[in-house]
Design a protein around this ligand. Structure first.
Ligand SMILES: [Mg+2]
Length: 267
């Protein structure tokens, strides 16, 4: 008994050190639930083909809209940035391989300005630019990231990158107001994004899975016509919806919630 009491201070000290390590340092957490999404995005020819398909439809629609347009405002195309024209999969892959959670090293990645272009985006936007239409890069990256974002777009040779054409997040993540501001001066031909929130009036935070589906059903004719959507199986509001907008969930909790929404047949 005495022996145990002698060791008691040592045990308490060890517990204190363990809790200190847990509170101050990134924990060893498994991000494996994102593994196949990132592998698909980075390696599948299908992901590449889907990007070409999206920008191919965008060009087809842009030509149609332009040929029918006789308004006085200039035509404009709005593109989201992340996973629409710039590919952040190297950042997502580094999280997986480093066993870290978002947003670890996000600033480092953004400052590097090294995200490659999404296939098809550059050709499409150069075409839009050559046709005399305006281009707006409408992102929910923060104002602090504007210089690095403009640098990244410029390095990748995107056209018409300027202080006014690159529109960062305001106090509102909802893009509707910023789209309306652009619409005051331009006639918006197309909006291209990887998330419903990229399209005006589609801001879907705090909605349920069913409500998001209903929102798309109510405007289904707009997709492929006014709105062009690229695939993003890695992250987005679709994922936050499953987590019921809870932040800082452990990966085990995320995995549990992801499994809970699956629709499986019963044998
Ligand atoms: Mg995006």
């Amino acid at each position: 008994m005495n022996h145990v009491f002698k060791k008691f201070p040592i045990i308490i000290s060890m517990l204190f050190i363990v809790s200190l390590i847990n509170s101050c340092c990134p924990r060893n957490i498994s991000n494996d639930y994102m593994l196949s999404a990132i592998a698909w995005k980075q390696t599948s020819a299908e992901a590449r083909a889907l990007s070409y398909q999206a920008f191919g439809i965008a060009r087809y629609r842009f030509d149609e809209i332009k040929s029918e347009y006789n308004g006085s405002k200039p035509l404009a195309v709005i593109v989201d940035i992340d996973e629409t024209v710039l590919d952040n999969t190297p950042f997502e892959a580094a999280l997986i391989l480093g066993d870290r959670s978002h947003p670890a090293n996000l600033r480092q990645w953004t400052d590097k300005a090294d995200a490659p272009a999404i296939p098809g985006a550059l050709d499409f936007l150069n075409y839009v630019n050559s046709q005399g239409a305006e281009i707006f890069y409408l992102t929910n990256r923060s104002e602090k990231d504007k210089t690095a974002t403009m640098k990244n777009l410029t390095i990748q040779n995107f056209p018409n990158v300027s202080e006014t054409s690159v529109v960062m997040k305001t106090d509102q993540p909802d893009k509707t107001g910023r789209i309306q501001t652009i619409a005051e001066k331009c006639s918006i031909a197309l909006i291209i994004g990887d998330s419903l929130g990229d399209f005006g009036g589609f801001y879907s935070r705090n909605l349920t899975i069913e409500q998001r589906a209903e929102l798309v059903e109510s405007k289904k004719d707009a997709f492929g016509a006014e709105y062009i959507l690229l695939p993003n199986p890695m992250y987005g509001d679709w994922e936050k919806t499953i987590y019921r907008y809870q932040r800082n969930l452990q990966n085990s909790e995320k995995r549990k919630l992801l499994k809970s929404v699956l629709n499986a047949f019963s044998r």
